[in-house]
Design a protein around this ligand. Structure first.
Ligand code: TMP
Length: 217
């Protein structure tokens, strides 16, 4: 049985960068690593990802949740379970906790409903370690804008309707609070890292959290 490590956090919190860096470090140590992202990493998941990211397609919270769960079910069956069965390390950029944070805490859907659908999609599979890159959404947005010199894209709150800036900020505040509540409820699985630190510092803290969980190569 392999090891499942997930990254969680708000948009532009540095998850994807840190997931790639972790994969590279694990590979250097001799591990076979599968890197995946949610939604995505299967043909179905990548198609649904494009749909979910299209802010012009109206979608109600329940429909949004079911689409994320569909991506998840496919990813677990097609990629994650087989990799774990081969004894690989799986690094996943978002997983079931994203639905709890975004659709549950963010959109206000019943948390038990989300938990139930997460169980259906994952078949009860839970990460061995979840790393939360925590930082305020506005700061993350400023950082991304500075880095790409462009308009911020990928705003989850805008997928449902045209919401005002204040409502969008409030949505992301609820998502962040939700993540912190989840981390507090599961201290054995979760590690919270300040995502506003320089990437090298974050990578060091990620490695410190991962090392004790690693099986012998
Ligand atoms: P990302 O590639 O920036 O992480 O974008 C994925 C978007 O999808 C992000 O806005 C969070 C959102 N999302 C949910 O709302 N629920 C979920 O279950 C997942 C996996 C992602």
């Amino acid at each position: 049985m392999g090891l499942l490590i997930t990254f969680e956090g708000g948009e532009a919190s540095g998850k994807s960068t840190q997931a790639r860096r972790l994969r590279a470090r694990l590979v250097r140590q001799g591990y076979t690593v599968v890197l995946a992202r949610e939604p995505g990493s299967t043909p179905l998941g990548e198609r649904l990802r494009r749909l979910l990211k299209q802010t012009s397609t109206p979608i109600i919270p329940e429909a949004e949740l079911l689409l994320f769960e569909a991506c998840r079910a496919q990813l677990v069956a097609q990629v994650i379970r087989p990799a774990l069965d081969r004894g690989n390390v799986v690094v996943c950029d978002r997983f079931a906790d994203s639905s709890l944070a975004y659709q549950g805490y963010g959109r206000g859907l019943d948390l038990e409903l989300v938990r139930g659908l997460n169980r259906v999609a994952t078949g009860g599979l839970a990460p061995d370690l979840t790393i939360l890159l925590d930082m305020p959404w506005r700061a993350a947005r400023r950082r991304r804008r500075a880095a790409v010199g462009d308009r911020f894209e990928g705003d989850a709150a805008a997928t449902c309707s045209e919401e005002s800036g204040a409502a969008v900020a409030e949505f992301h505040r609820r998502v962040r609070e939700g993540y912190l509540a989840l981390a507090q409820q599961g201290p054995k699985r979760w590690v919270v890292i300040n995502g506003a630190q320089p990437p090298d510092q974050v990578a060091q803290e990620v490695w410190r959290a991962v090392q004790p969980k690693l099986p012998p190569v």
